[in-house]
Design a protein around this ligand. Structure first.
Ligand SMILES: O=C(O)CCC(=O)c1ccccc1C(=O)O
Ligand SMILES: [Mg+2]
Length: 367
C-alpha cells in the first residue's frame, strides 16, 4: 500500500442526550475522521476517538490533530506497507498518543481490507457473523436510570452497564436489582474510588454484578490486584490498559479477571488483536468498549468484536443510541441485542460525505 493523500475532517455533533460519568460530561462530540487515499484511488477511513478535553485520557482532539499533522502523516505518506501491522513499528519511536495513532492505523486497516477485497472482520480473523451487544446508562437520578434500563431491556440489549461513583452506588444498585433481579448488569466507576473505599466496594458484591469496571486510579494495576483479592465481583480494567505490556502485567498480578479493549486507548487494531490473543491464552474474556463514537469507529469495533474471545457483550450500541443521524450508511441497528457483522469489503458501511460536510468545522489535506 502506498498512501498518497490524507484528509482530516474535524466534525462536531450534538449527542441526543448528555453523557455523564464520575470523571466527565459530554454534550457535544468533536471527532476527527481520517481519510487515506492510495495511489490507486482506494480510500480507507479511520476515526480519532479522543474527546475535546482530557477527562478520560490525556489526549484531546487538538493534541491528536497536532500529532497527525506534525508527526504521523509524514510516516504514512513516506513508507510503503505490505500490512497494517507494520505501522506499529514505525510509530514506536513516538511515545503514547494512542488515539491519534489509532485514528490513522484503523484507516490503513480499512484500506488494506478494501484492497484485498474482504470485509475488515475477515481481514483480522473474525469468526462471528453476529455480535451480542450491551448499552450504557450514564449517571442520572435513580428514577431516570430505572426508566432507561427498562427501555433498553425492551430494545433487546443483552447487558446493561451503569456508571457509579461514591454516594451513587449502593442504593442505586439496590433499586436496580429490586426491579431487574436477573438482568446481566455491570457498573463502571471510571476511577472514582481508592482503597479507602474498600468496604463500600465489598458491599456491592451482593448485587451479582458481571464485573466492576475500573474502580481505582486510571494508571493503576497494583491497588487493583489488592482490591481483586478482597472482592467476589470480577474487576474489569479499562483506563489502566493502554498496551499489551499492561495486559501481561495485569494478568500476572491478577489485577483483574476481565479486560475492556478499546482500539483508540491501545493505539490501534493491531494492538487490540494482540491483546485479544494474549487474553485468550490466559482465559481472560474481553469485550469491546465504546467512546461515544460516530459510525466509522463503531464499524471498526464491530469487526473487532467478531474475534472469538470477545465473549461478553460490548458497549457497541445502535447509532440511534447517541445520534440523530450517523455518518455511515446504513446506520448500525441492534436487533434482539445483536448487530450483524457486515459482509461488504473494508468497514462494510458507506460513508455519507454529504452529511459529513454539514457537520465539518475544519479540514486539512496532507500530501
Ligand atoms: O456507549 C459507549 O460508547 C461507551 C460509554 C462509556 O462507558 C464510556 C464513554 C466515554 C468514555 C469512557 C467510557 C468508559 O467505558 O469508561
Ligand atoms: Mg469504562
Amino acid at each position: 500500500m502506498k498512501v498518497k493523500k490524507i484528509t482530516l475532517h474535524l466534525i462536531e455533533q450534538k449527542l441526543l442526550s448528555p453523557f455523564i460519568t464520575s470523571s466527565g460530561r459530554v454534550d457535544t462530540r468533536e471527532s476527527i475522521l481520517v481519510e487515506l487515499e492510495d495511489v490507486d484511488g482506494i480510500v480507507g477511513w479511520g476515526e480519532v476517538v479522543a474527546f475535546s478535553s482530557p477527562w478520560y485520557t490525556e489526549e484531546t482532539i487538538k493534541t491528536c490533530w497536532h500529532m497527525i499533522v506534525d508527526f504521523l502523516a509524514k510516516i504514512v505518506l513516506t513508507e510503503t506497507f505490505e500490512h497494517p501491522n507494520e505501522l506499529r513499528d514505525y510509530f514506536q519511536h513516538i511515545r503514547r498518543n494512542h488515539m491519534a495513532k489509532a485514528g490513522v492505523e484503523t484507516a490503513l486497516w480499512d484500506l488494506y481490507a478494501k484492497k484485498k477485497g474482504v470485509p475488515l472482520a475477515t481481514a483480522i480473523g473474525g469468526t462471528r457473523s453476529y455480535i451480542e451487544t450491551g448499552v450504557v446508562v450514564s449517571i442520572d437520578s435513580v428514577e431516570d436510570v430505572l426508566k432507561k434500563i427498562n427501555g433498553h431491556i425492551k430494545e433487546g440489549y443483552k447487558r446493561i452497564k451503569i456508571k457509579i461513583k461514591p454516594g451513587q452506588d449502593y442504593e442505586l444498585l439496590r433499586r436496580i436489582r429490586n426491579e431487574f433481579p436477573t438482568v446481566p448488569l455491570m457498573a463502571d466507576a471510571n476511577s472514582a474510588y481508592t482503597l479507602h473505599d474498600i468496604d463500600n466496594l465489598k458491599a456491592l458484591d451482593k448485587f451479582n454484578l458481571m464485573m466492576i469496571e475500573q474502580p481505582l486510579a486510571a494508571d493503576d494495576i497494583f491497588d487493583h490486584a489488592k482490591l481483586q483479592r478482597e472482592l467476589h465481583t470480577p474487576i474489569c480494567l479499562d483506563e489502566s490498559i493502554t498496551s499489551i505490556e499492561d495486559v501481561r502485567k495485569a494478568i500476572e498480578m491478577e489485577s483483574c479477571r476481565v479486560i475492556n479493549v478499546k482500539v483508540g486507548r491501545v493505539g490501534g487494531l493491531s494492538e487490540a488483536i494482540r491483546i485479544h490473543n494474549l487474553c485468550k491464552q490466559h482465559n481472560i474474556p474481553v469485550w469491546c468498549g465504546g467512546m461515544l463514537e460516530a459510525g466509522i469507529s463503531r464499524a471498526h469495533n464491530i469487526a473487532l468484536a467478531s474475534l472469538p474471545n470477545f465473549t461478553i457483550p460490548g458497549d457497541i450500541s445502535a447509532s440511534s443510541r447517541y445520534w440523530e443521524q450517523d455518518i455511515i450508511e446504513p446506520e448500525v441497528i441492534v436487533k434482539n441485542g445483536t448487530i450483524s457483522v457486515p459482509s461488504d469489503v473494508g468497514i462494510g458501511f458507506g460513508v455519507n460525505r454529504e452529511f459529513i460536510k454539514t457537520i465539518t468545522k475544519d479540514f486539512t489535506i496532507l500530501k
